[in-house]
Design a protein. Structure first.
Length: 287
């Protein structure tokens, strides 16, 4: 219960930080933001409807698409924030608080730190806002099966930037782009502060559910073999896999929620080479 309350508290803090970044920093200093919020701001200019309400509608559409395309497991990771964040965004949008700075670039940097920090908090604990990352997963599943998520997301963000040119000037979009760069770097620092890859070793009597979760949900490969416990002299299954920090958090949550009895050993890794998208390629390394 304490752990769940801690996670809820972190998610609320994340929503508040991101909402402050958009409503109290970006908008008062005269620059938009990219992503789903950027689409919402364009539509606000066209329709006159508050962008936070439009954001809510788009988020609910993504949530429904996630259920039908990616399944219920992915919905669980975005459901709470898909409902909470637009609500917090709308509430803070109606508070007359503005952090206006003389130098717009300083305002852009402040926005990036606040938004990147807020987004990084929830990604670190294995959840998501159900924004561009989820939309990119949907696009990959439907249209770009062989593409990497990061490139799909980059392409989607680029299309949104061109769409935003119908309302915002090029110089304002330039500030939004710089803000996005700062956001991504801060977010990655929060998520990957420490090792970015882990060697996870799991030993248990019943490991089929874990194997299914890793392969079908996280789309990670594993190795497995039988081992004998020296103390009990019983045969058990040992599984080994390499996970990112976000994937490890999701795996740990799954094992905890399913109440699976097992032994888990986690070792931080300096580098991993292989064909997986999270690994490095030997041909790209200068040895």
């Amino acid at each position: 219960m304490v752990e769940k309350l801690k996670k809820v508290g972190l998610m609320i803090l994340s929503c508040v930080l991101c909402s402050i970044a958009v409503n109290w920093v970006a908008l008062p200093n005269g620059f938009p933001v990219t992503g789903i919020a950027g689409i919402s701001m364009v539509l606000e200019n066209w329709t006159g409807i508050n962008y936070a309400i439009i954001y809510y509608g788009i988020t609910l559409l993504i949530l429904a698409a996630t259920f039908f395309v990616l399944g219920i497991a992915e919905v669980r990771s975005i459901l709470f924030l898909s409902v909470l964040y637009p609500a917090v965004l709308w509430i803070l949008n109606h508070m007359t608080i503005s952090v206006v700075l003389e130098e717009r670039l300083i305002a852009v940097a402040l926005f990036g730190v606040l938004y990147g920090g807020g987004a990084g908090i929830v990604l670190r604990i294995g959840y998501s806002y159900g924004g561009m990352d989820t939309l990119s997963k949907i696009l990959k599943k439907l249209f770009f099966k062989s593409g990497e998520i990061r490139y799909i997301m980059l392409g989607a963000d680029s299309c949104i930037m061109f769409f935003m040119l119908t309302v915002f000037s090029l110089d304002k979009l330039a500030y939004a782009f710089v803000g996005q760069l700062i956001t991504v770097n801060v977010m990655n620092y929060i998520i990957f502060n420490g090792p970015s890859l882990y060697d996870v070793q799991i030993i248990g009597e019943e490991t089929s559910e874990i194997r299914r979760f890793m392969i079908e949900i996280l789309h990670k490969s594993m190795t497995s073999h039988e081992v004998i416990g020296a103390y009990t002299d019983k045969t058990r299954i040992q599984m080994d896999c390499v996970c990112t920090s976000v994937e490890y958090v999701k795996l740990k949550e799954f094992i905890f929620e399913q109440k699976i009895e097992c032994f888990i050993k986690v070792t931080p890794l300096i580098s991993v080479f292989g064909a997986n998208k999270d690994f490095r390629r030997l041909k790209d390394e200068i040895l």
